[in-house]
Design a protein around this ligand. Structure first.
Ligand code: HEM
Length: 420
């Protein structure tokens, strides 16, 4: 299968003044990476007195995220203060002993069953006329919110619409120019700016939490009461954004590559228990559009990473966005080629593929997200196909998470297929 080249933002060449870099960052964190950063071993930068080091080499990535995870245990305060008003001391921002305890509890509770992913969306699409225009971003946000609410609140989970709207509003405030402005503000002002939105989300979550605990279903009921409130919001906020991003990217990429889509339909229609191409499409979507494109840590003490001295307090970046498109690790890195993940294909070099992060803080929802995405796309693609429609150009942007587009109109078509 030959590759198509799905869109990515323009990359500058050569040195760029810090003021220009900040202007780019305030539009999107995907615009700050110059062409040479997709080829070099890493980059050192000094921005407004803060030392930033971007690591690209596998040995350095392993060192920061795995072997020296204790040294690079903390996430930068500039980042955690944006999430703290919403997440409280939840898993994503917690540190040290508190983090370890919470992580173990959430992992144990996550062995939850997952049934019918995509079913409600399929029912909704079946009621739409042939050729209807759908906004795939909104559809996948709703689908993933429904799944996450069910995972977390069990039988108490209600309709996802209100919480999707509130989560969108929060995300809009910590994206684009808002992200940099907020990072520069002192904590009390950040709390003032984000506190109202966080409170509105909590007001929706609290009654759900109480109902879930009464019904004894969902993750919320499995967590100790004192952890449940913070953790359910953490799990929802992070999981919902990332999962809906993956699903929207998968539809977008399939819409650009009819021959991959045809092969996927053949695989789904065969009724085989395994779906290696579907898994490969999702893995390739996570490579090209990693929902969390930037992982950041602070050096808790002076150390050395793959031979490079790293002073205490430096911010270390491992950017899946960069590493996943690095010319040293991938052939035709900007092309959509799911075949690179099919069984029998040579595996990517170690530490060059990390959509779910690596090391002790690797994503706690990885297995759930992959199972949910496989089930949702399989359920829908068996019965429907989505064709690209003319719309605004797709140029992915990123604050803390990657956004493929604000809207992604696609045309809904029914498939004539076994079980369709
Ligand atoms: C496609 C889907 C997903 C992607 C690509 C993704 C990616 C990631 C990444 C890269 C990290 C590590 C961040 C870091 O090291 O700084 C992470 C952590 C985390 N993810 Fe996910 N995630 C996904 C889905 C989910 C879901 C569905 C949930 C919840 C149900 C979830 C909950 C979390 C939590 C709580 C953490 C923090 C873990 C810790 O610090 O111990 N994620 N995720």
């Amino acid at each position: 299968m030959s590759g198509t080249t799905p869109p990515f933002p323009p990359r500058h060449r050569g040195e760029v003044p810090v003021t220009d870099l900040l202007a780019k960052a305030s539009r999107s964190l995907l615009e700050v990476w110059g062409e040479e950063m997709f080829r070099n071993a890493g980059t050192k930068l000094e921005v407004l007195g803060q030392r930033l080091i971007v690591f690209n080499r596998p040995a350095a990535i392993e060192s920061v995220l795995v072997t020296q995870a204790e040294v690079f245990a903390a996430k930068p305060a500039q980042l955690t203060k944006l999430l703290a008003p919403l997440l409280g001391p939840g898993l994503f921002v917690a540190e040290g002993r508190a983090w370890r305890g919470r992580r173990a509890v959430v992992e144990a509770a996550m062995a939850a069953a997952l049934d019918g992913a995509g079913g409600a969306t399929a029912t909704g699409w079946a009621a739409r006329p042939e050729g209807a225009a759908l906004d795939v971003i909104a559809e996948m946000e709703r689908l993933s919110a429904g799944l996450l609410l069910r995972l977390i609140f069990g039988e108490a989970a209600g309709e996802p619409d209100e919480i999707v709207r509130l989560a969108r509003a929060y995300r809009a405030k910590i994206s684009g120019g808002g992200l940099l402005t907020l990072m520069a503000l002192p904590d009390p002002l950040v709390r003032l700016r984000l506190g109202g939105d966080a409170k509105r989300i909590r007001a929706v979550v609290e009654p759900l939490l109480a109902r879930a605990r009464r019904s004894r279903t969902g993750l919320a009921a499995a967590l100790p009461a004192e952890l449940a409130r913070d953790e359910v919001i953490s799990l929802f906020a992070i999981g919902h954004d990332a999962l809906s991003g993956l699903l929207a990217a998968a539809w977008f990429l399939l819409g650009q590559a009819p021959e991959v889509e045809a092969a996927l339909h053949a695989e789904l229609d065969s009724g085989a228990a395994e779906a290696p191409l579907l898994r490969a499409v999702l893995q390739e979507a996570l490579r090209l559009y990693p929902p969390l494109p930037l992982i950041a840590r602070v050096a808790g003490r002076a150390t050395e990473v793959a031979g490079l001295p790293v002073p205490k307090g430096s911010i270390a970046f491992v950017a899946p966005w960069l590493v996943h498109r690095h010319t040293a690790h991938w052939e035709a890195p900007d092309e959509f080629r799911p075949a690179r993940f099919l069984p029998g294909a040579p595996p990517p070099p170690p530490f060059s593929y990390l959509p779910f992060g690596l090391g002790p803080r690797q994503c706690v929802g990885e297995a759930f997200a992959m199972r949910a995405a496989m089930q949702a796309i399989a359920t829908l693609a068996r019965r429907f196909r989505l064709r690209p429609l003319p719309g605004p150009a797709v140029v992915p942007t990123a604050g803390l998470t990657l956004t493929l587009a604000e809207r992604l109109p696609m045309r809904l078509e029914r498939r004539d297929c076994p079980g369709g």
